[in-house]
Design a protein around this ligand. Structure first.
Ligand code: P5A
Length: 440
């Protein structure tokens, strides 16, 4: 991708409205634009990161056996009247009328709709368990949308919904998502700690929030500090093994961890003082088990092996991709800008032409750009005629992990410089060596 033909509206000044570093950097790097309060466009650079985050979420959902579908953003009020949540949900729900004066709403979550899909076609326990998910926009008319896409009114959610015949089956489904979430956040370069949490308007008794520790987080959390070093379930985790997943769940819930709503001062004080972590955190995921809360009022039942009808046991599992992007930035930046983990970087490599128009520099950059692109890398080529200082600042700001810098002096020797964005380490090497390093 040539920067001269790309759309990346960089801001030179720090935007006044941004109170936290991720919001400031997302605006400065031209990743997002506010359209109205708490409603954002994702500009091309931001969209690339969001897509990579979603790709990882999707891979881990699929690995855990969840099945992707797509449900609409607009829902009919009728379904919510059936579950009893239409009146209960309150002012956070955006209620709309269509031209026939029928009450509609912009979905804040999809428990009702997915239960309706389920009940319309699944009739036997033989078709269970099932876990259906989608990655879709939601709307919640938050009183205090803030920090950019961290807490917005329109936001993206990966929401999965599991259906089981029994509560034991549902527990296994819960554990599958629990392990999948640990893997997902780890692949995004984050350490997320599952904490006992309040269930709020979703309901049920059992729930865990997945929390990233960050000073700018909105939640107050309390946990044992050993969680920071716990092992993440590996790529070959057997999601069908009931005992295996239970062991992962038990380990990750063996020590104290709770959000402020569920905090138990006495239990926390039982943790040795040096092991107590009392911090702020960002909630990036939240999982729930709520049994038959929706299946009963909505009549979602299947025939069991006993020939009788049983209301299905359900859980729901959310991740916020549009919150994860700023959460990753909160966890990984420096004074010069963003430092993307390789797994979600908008580009793998930026090639910086320090003297666009100079034949040797142009030829070298074209060659590197073409070779790395052919090798399947996402390459941004800064072919603009900006000053070298501006180009370096832009490359650091947008946080691409590797910079390949081609200046006239080095190029005359058949060399370029390779800079690691995270460490700042620079290495001079031949053009061929630079290409080979990333092609191999
Ligand atoms: C779980 C899936 C639910 O809605 N129903 C379906 C359940 N859970 S939740 O905790 O309310 O939200 C899940 C995740 O969505 C993100 N999120 C937000 N992101 C940005 N702005 C918001 N206003 C917002 N509200 C929720 C969070 O990551 C949350 O964990």
């Amino acid at each position: 991708m040539r920067l001269s033909r790309y759309f990346m509206p960089i801001l030179k000044e720090n935007p006044k409205e941004a109170e936290i570093v991720s919001h400031r950097l997302m605006l400065r790097a031209g990743m997002i634009r506010q359209q109205s309060q708490g409603i954002y466009s994702w500009l091309p650079l931001g969209k690339r990161v969001l897509d990579k985050v979603n790709a990882i979420i999707r891979e881990e959902q699929n690995r855990a056996g969840a099945i992707e579908l797509s449900m609409p953003t607009l829902q009919s009020a009728e379904l919510w009247q059936e579950s009893g949540r239409y009146d209960a949900y309150g002012k956070e729900m955006l209620r709309i009328k269509d031209r026939q004066d029928r009450p509609m709403l912009y979905g804040p979550t999809n428990e009702e709709m997915v239960t309706d899909i389920f009940r319309s076609s699944v009739k036997s326990y033989k078709d269970l368990p099932i876990n259906l998910y989608h990655i879709q926009l939601k709307f919640r008319d938050e009183i205090r949308p803030r920090f950019g896409t961290m807490r917005s009114r329109e936001f993206m959610m990966k929401d999965a919904y599991s259906f089981d015949l029994t509560s034991e089956g549902a527990e296994h489904s819960y554990n599958k998502m629990f392990a999948a979430y640990l893997r997902t956040f780890d692949r995004l370069g984050l350490r997320a700690i599952p904490m006992r949490a309040d269930t709020g308007p979703i309901g049920g008794k059992l729930s865990h929030e997945f929390i990233i520790l960050a000073d700018t987080g909105e939640s107050e959390v309390f946990c044992h500090k050993d969680f920071v070093g716990f092992d993440i379930p590996g790529e070959h985790t057997d999601f069908d093994s009931v005992e295996g997943l239970k062991a992962i769940f038990d380990k990750w819930t063996s020590l104290y961890a709770a959000t402020s709503e569920m905090h138990d001062e006495a239990a926390f004080n039982a943790v040795p003082e040096g092991d107590r972590l009392s911090a702020r955190g960002i909630e990036v995921g939240h999982i729930f088990y709520f049994g038959t809360k929706y299946s009963e009022p909505m009549g979602a039942k299947v025939q069991g092996p006993d020939g009788k009808e049983h209301f299905v046991h359900m859980g729901s599992y959310g991740i916020g991709p549009t919150r994860l992007v700023p959460a990753i930035i909160e966890a990984s930046h420096d004074d010069n800008g963003i430092i993307w983990p390789a797994s979600v970087a908008p580009f793998d490599i930026v090639v910086i032409n320090m003297k666009a128009g100079d034949q040797a520099c142009d030829d070298t950059c074209e060659l590197i750009h073409a070779a790395l692109t052919k090798a399947g890398k996402d390459v941004l080529y800064d072919d603009t005629d900006d000053r070298a200082g501006t180009k370096f600042a832009t490359a650091d700001l947008i946080g691409v992990p590797v910079q390949i810098i081609a200046g006239p002096r080095a190029v005359a020797n058949g060399e370029v410089e390779v800079k690691d964005r995270k460490t700042g380490a620079r290495e001079t090497m031949t053009i061929e060596a630079a290409i080979n390093r990333f092609v191999a």
